[in-house]
Structure formats: structure tokens, C-alpha cells
Ligand binder design. Structure first.
Ligand code: SOE
Length: 377
């Protein structure tokens, strides 16, 4: 097995999900590559050191350029706030490294395009961590659509609901709450949450033609966690948009951090001529399926427990009937990324795929400002 040295830039929540995936992947998948957790990099030396100890990295540092310039590093992982994605990913590509970047790819589509150009010019493998594609029930939904079981699709509906920013005491900026600062995040729920829904939708239902959106910022001022000063909130707290897909279907998307009682409720429902499917992140191993082809006396929504060996990814885990969870979607994406290196058929979404999601996000934010339908560029 060829070893691939990983340089993890960032040590937050996502660095944990990715590190866990690297540690597990070789235990459950037969691969031609063995990832080695070489170095982790972050702002505070003691925290980077503690992260390295906990996850088994050989070393740590505080300067990401050292990781990018290190001849021993093969894969650079960009798991830092969104405003650093472009600079680090472009430098890594120029240094000939493979790049795996957290979502959303960039602050906006023009920046995402620069990143696409950099990885394609350098000819390096690249991948964006839209992990929900690789929850087995979500992959099964995609397979059912591709098999034509839904027939012509009429409606695509998705929500991503949270409630963690309702309190006016939640600050903007700083560790964890940089997502509330447009300078670091680019946008609010549009880039952070709807980007997931859009990625899944483009993958399952094809490209989006135009959008009509509405956003709201409910809390207008927050204290900055770093400066202690009150400042205007510039992100979207909530966003709802309609769209037309190029296959003629209608889309309806909603995301908010103000849905009291919902912590991370990502759901989608797709209605086709022959069948419908529905999925819910809080019950992530189940796929709801309604088949109009069933005998009329038996017709009804089935709740498929996606845990059988012939369902996506499940043969790599336990025995039929025993389910897996959120963290496994990250193991699956690393497995697919490494498999893509071996076969020459790259795992998706690549940076170029994620650029399409970014273009939809940009059109959504533009429409929310203009109050008009906007074409996806
Ligand atoms: C925000 O709360 C967040 O952690 C997102 O940044 C993730 O992408 C999403 O999967 C869960 O929610």
C-alpha cells in the first residue's frame, strides 16, 4: 500500500470529523493507499499540540505555509473558516499537493473559480467535503432516481433548520462563531447550510436555471467575540428560495438558524411521476419511499432501513440491520477519494462541481437583494 501523508490545516469540529475518517477508513475499506496523519496546523500552538496528541498526528505547527511547502505532505486538508479556503487551497495546488476543502468551497463564485483554475492547472486531485451525499440513505435516493424509479421529477423540496443563534448573546467572530461574520463565512445560512442542500439537489436532480430568494437577519447587532464591540450583523440568518431546475422541475428550499426545536434538521422530499422519496437527517439511516406502482390496496410510504449489504456502503460495516451514523459519511468520502486516485475516476464533488453550488448560492443572495428572479451564472 502506498502511503499518503496528510497535512490537516485547522483543528476545529471539521478537523475532528476528517481525522476520525482517516483513522477508520483503512479498517473498513480495501484500499491501495494508506493515509498517514503527518501534521496538524492551527493558530494556537498548545491547541494544535493537543489535537495532534489526541488524533495521532506525528507533528503540529502554527504556520499553514510550512504544511503546503513540506515535501513530505501529499494531501492538504483545508478545514478552516471560509475566508482562508482560497489562499490555502491555491497555494497547496501550486505546490503540487492534492487538496480536500471543507464546504462551501469559497466566499463566492469568482473566488471559487480561481480555486478551480488553480487545481486544474496544477493537475492535482481535488475534492469538496459535502458529506451528506455519502450517507447511505441519501446515496440510495440518488441511485433510485438514476434508475428512473421516480420517473419525471416535478418537485424538489429541501430544508436545513437549526436554532442555535436565536439568543442575542451569541457573539459574532471568533472560534465557532465565525459563521456569524460575513467577512469569515461569506454568507450565513446560504453558504453554511443551503450549500449542503444545493449540492445534494444538483447531484440528484441536475442543474438549476434560476432562483427567487428572500433572506432575513433577525438579530441586527451582535458583540464581536474578539473585539468585545457591538457590530452590525451582515450574514443572512434565514433564507428561503424557489427555483426552476433545467429538467423542468420546481425547487423549494428553506434554511434558518431560528427554527426553535431544530438542531440540524436537514430534510428533502422529491416527488416524481411514478414515486416519491423523503429523507430526514434526524433519522438518517431511513429512506421513505412511496411507489405508485404498488398494488392500490398496499400503496403507502415505506420506511426503508438502509442497513443491508446490498445498499450503498453498508457491506463495509456491520451485519444487516445494524445502522451507522453521521461520522461515517466522512469515512465514505475519504474511501471514495482514495478509490478515485486508484481508478483514475475522481470522487465527486470536485472543486469544479462545488463551483456550481457556489453559483447557485451567489444567485440566491443576489435575488434576495434585487427582489427579482436571477439566473444562475
Ligand atoms: C453549522 O452549525 C454546521 O456545523 C455546518 O457548518 C455544517 O456544515 C453542517 O453539516 C452542520 O451544521
Amino acid at each position: 500500500m502506498k502511503k499518503l501523508n496528510v497535512g490537516m490545516i485547522g483543528y476545529g469540529f471539521m478537523a475532528r470529523t476528517h481525522s476520525n475518517a482517516y483513522r477508520k477508513v483503512g479498517n473498513f475499506f480495501d484500499l491501495q493507499y494508506e493515509p498517514v496523519l503527518k501534521t496538524v496546523c492551527g493558530l494556537v500552538d498548545a491547541e494544535a499540540a493537543a489535537f495532534a496528541r489526541r488524533w495521532g498526528y506525528e507533528s503540529h505547527c502554527t504556520d499553514w505555509r510550512k504544511v503546503v511547502e513540506d515535501k513530505n505532505i501529499d494531501i492538504v486538508e483545508v478545514v478552516v473558516p471560509n475566508n482562508y479556503h482560497a489562499e490555502i487551497a491555491i497555494a497547496a495546488a501550486q505546490a503540487g499537493k492534492m487538496v480536500i476543502c471543507e464546504k462551501p468551497l469559497a466566499l463566492n463564485a469568482p473566488q471559487a473559480l480561481q480555486m478551480v483554475e488553480a487545481v486544474e492547472k496544477a493537475g492535482v486531485a481535488n475534492f469538496v467535503s459535502f458529506n451528506y451525499r455519502r450517507i447511505p440513505a441519501v446515496t440510495l435516493a440518488k441511485n433510485l432516481i438514476d434508475e428512473g424509479r421516480l420517473g419525471k421529477i416535478f418537485h424538489y423540496r429541501a430544508n436545513f433548520l437549526q436554532d442555535w443563534t436565536i439568543s442575542t448573546a451569541v457573539p459574532t467572530g471568533g472560534m465557532g462563531t465565525w459563521r456569524l461574520d460575513a467577512k469569515s463565512a461569506g454568507s450565513g445560512v446560504t453558504g453554511d447550510l443551503l450549500a449542503h442542500c444545493i449540492d445534494t439537489a444538483l447531484w440528484q436532480n441536475g442543474s438549476i436555471k434560476n432562483v427567487n430568494a428572500m433572506t432575513e437577519t433577525f438579530v441586527k447587532e451582535r458583540k464581536n467575540a474578539e473585539t468585545g464591540k457591538m457590530e452590525p450583523v451582515t450574514i443572512d440568518d434565514a433564507c428561503t428560495f424557489f427555483c426552476r431546475f433545467n429538467n423542468g422541475s420546481m425547487g423549494n428550499f428553506e434554511s434558518t438558524r431560528y427554527a426553535r426545536g431544530h438542531k440540524a434538521l436537514y430534510t428533502f422530499e422529491i416527488n416524481g411521476e411514478k414515486a416519491s422519496i423523503r429523507w430526514d437527517l434526524h433519522d438518517l439511516h431511513r429512506l421513505q419511499y412511496f411507489d405508485h406502482g404498488d398494488a392500490s390496496i398496499l400503496r403507502g410510504w415505506r420506511s426503508i432501513h438502509v442497513s443491508d449489504a446490498d445498499q450503498p456502503y453498508m457491506k463495509h460495516w456491520w451485519v444487516p440491520g445494524l445502522q451507522i451514523g453521521y461520522e461515517h459519511s466522512f469515512v465514505h468520502q475519504i474511501a471514495d477519494f482514495l478509490e478515485g486516485l486508484a481508478t483514475g475516476n475522481p470522487a465527486r464533488p470536485t472543486f469544479r462541481d462545488a463551483l456550481e453550488t457556489q453559483k447557485v448560492c451567489d444567485a440566491v443572495l443576489k435575488s434576495a437583494k434585487s427582489g427579482q428572479w436571477e439566473n444562475v451564472g
